[in-house]
Design a binder for this molecule. Structure first.
Ligand SMILES: Cc1cc2nc3c(=O)[nH]c(=O)nc-3n(C[C@H](O)[C@H](O)[C@H](O)COP(=O)(O)OP(=O)(O)OC[C@H]3O[C@@H](n4cnc5c(N)ncnc54)[C@H](O)[C@@H]3O)c2cc1C
Length: 459
């Protein structure tokens, strides 16, 4: 006989853990199953470790720029990679143990460590035991895509997961993939002291962004000595001495790009291939993401999919928001939907890119009448005071409703200042409300009213 629960959560990611605790606290007998690291991607091999490493890389960068600020440092700036990793491990350990302790302390909640697999719509097998529940929540996340690239099986390669074990300085890191994850690692390792080359198949970096944003990010990173090979086609890889050589052209090129190590950062795939979804009749799309409705229900009644696995978001905050939506609908009688949320995310290069809503390209494609404003970071007092004047802020407004449609803030504190725009969008207020708000001096946000005061029709 299967063990009976009221609810089973598969995966301890950013939606699964809070949801399991919430259900258990609501008096439901709940099981949460984890096959690997408690806390999932963000805590162990994603956001938290990368941002901790980025902080070390920034410290090295600022130290090297000491003279710009009148600070003298005797001798060369060195980076001790073993200590960088140890610091990262300590921060990750704290978060991982925090989540584990939270789950274990919760009454009504059982943590089961093992691989879960559906054997029926409401039945799961884990470690040879059958579990059954009326409500099942899938939060299995994703993993790095391993592309079908000739030669890859014969060379050692790194992913975002194995990068977490690196405690040495690669002499020349080749990064295949010029999108969010690849660029964060690129700047981080360049600042640690590696040579870095980013190899991207598309004609530009972060192709989801407006061209101007892609170009500005590339120029900032080139300014730090990162090399780019765009339009790389017919990729193949081979061992070369102690390192690797990546072939990047369909035509014969005189030489391949040779490096000491290679990192694959070409996207993510959902962890649905070994979940037994066919046994439960749960539908996925062509890429393996579980299909859900606006309240994150799958096609099987009583089964939800939350987090990256539903393809409706790829961030910690979208996963956590999924938890809030499901909990509100199930436990609070508060109807919340995925379509209520406004797209928001950041690229954590330095200076960061904060993004909300539509891009300029999307606004143009929508055909609506819009206003556009742009201001360079050189005009921002806070940026000048810090000698960090790279980048710009731009905003798009609906000409008729005066509502903000989207914004990009590439510049110092851009990942924080973007929230001013996000809150006004969420409040459904016109952009003019921000112009009448007194902002604190000297901050990045204080220039937003100036930006909004000089809008022009989007031609
Ligand atoms: C390098 C990197 C940097 C990132 N940086 C950011 C950032 O700065 N900001 C941001 O918002 N997002 C970032 N992300 C994305 C973010 O990590 C994810 O969006 C976030 O973790 C949400 O994931 P999730 O809740 O869907 O599941 P996950 O966190 O992926 O957790 C899923 C869990 O399910 C477990 N599991 C899978 N299959 C099974 C099974 N069959 N049985 C039992 N357990 C199973 C897995 O082991 C895992 O622990 C980053 C990602 C990467 C890779």
């Amino acid at each position: 006989m299967p063990e009976q629960y009221d609810a089973i959560v598969i995966g301890t990611g950013q939606a699964g853990s809070p949801l399991a605790v919430r259900l258990a606290n609501a008096g439901r007998k709940t099981a949460i199953i984890e096959r690997k690291l408690i806390g999932g991607t963000c805590v162990n091999v994603g956001c938290i470790p990368t941002k901790t490493l980025i902080a070390s890389a920034r410290a090295a960068h600022v130290a090297r720029r000491g003279a710009d600020f009148g600070v003298t440092i005797g001798g060369k700036i060195g980076v001790d990679m073993a200590r960088v990793k140890a610091r990262k491990d300590a921060v990750v350990g704290q978060s991982n143990q925090g989540v584990a302790g939270w789950i274990k302390r919760t009454a009504n909640l059982t943590l089961i460590e093992g691989q879960a697999r559906f054997v029926g719509p409401h039945r799961i097998r884990v470690n040879g035991t059958l579990l059954e529940a009326e409500q099942i929540f899938i939060n299995v996340g994703g993993r790095a895509t391993i592309p079908d690239m000739p030669g890859l099986a014969e060379v050692p390669y790194l992913t975002n997961t194995s990068m977490m074990e690196v405690d040495f300085l690669p002499e020349h890191l080749l990064i295949i993939g010029g999108s969010y994850i690849g660029l964060e690692f690129a700047q981080m390792y360049r600042r640690f002291g590696s040579r870095v080359t980013v190899i991207e198949m598309a004609p530009r970096l972060i192709a989801r962004e407006d061209e101007e944003v892609s170009a500005a990010v590339q120029s900032i990173l080139e300014g730090e000595g990162i090399a780019f090979r765009l339009n790389a086609q017919c990729l193949s890889i081979a061992r070369q001495g102690d390192g690797v050589a990546v072939h990047v052209s369909c035509e014969r090129e005189p030489r391949d790009i040779v490096g000491s190590h290679v990192l694959l950062a070409v996207g993510r795939v959902p962890n649905t291939d070994d979940l037994g979804l066919d046994q439960a009749g749960i539908r996925t799309d062509a890429r393996g993401y579980i299909t859900v409705d606006d309240e994150l229900r799958t096609n099987v009644p009583g089964v939800w999919a939350v987090g990256d696995v539903n393809g409706r978001g790829a961030f910690t905050h979208t996963s956590y928001n999924d938890y809030e939506i499901v909990a509100a609908n199930l436990l609070d009688n508060d109807c919340r939907r995925v379509s209520d949320r406004i797209l928001a995310y950041a690229l954590f290069v330095d200076p960061p890119l904060g993004r909300v809503g539509m891009t300029e390209h999307e606004v143009r494609a929508s055909g609506r009448k819009a206003l556009f404003g742009k201001i360079m970071m050189t005009r921002v007092g806070r940026a000048r005071e810090r000698s960090e004047t790279q980048g710009f802020m731009q905003v798009l407004v609906d000409a008729e409703t005066k509502r903000i449609l989207g914004a990009a803030m590439l510049g110092t504190e851009g990942d924080e200042a973007i929230h001013c725009i996000l809150e006004v969008m969420a409040a459904g207020a016109p952009y003019t409300a921000m112009q009448r708000t007194m902002h604190i001096h000297p901050t990045v946000s204080e220039l937003i009213p100036t930006l909004l005061g000089d809008l022009k029709p989007l031609s």
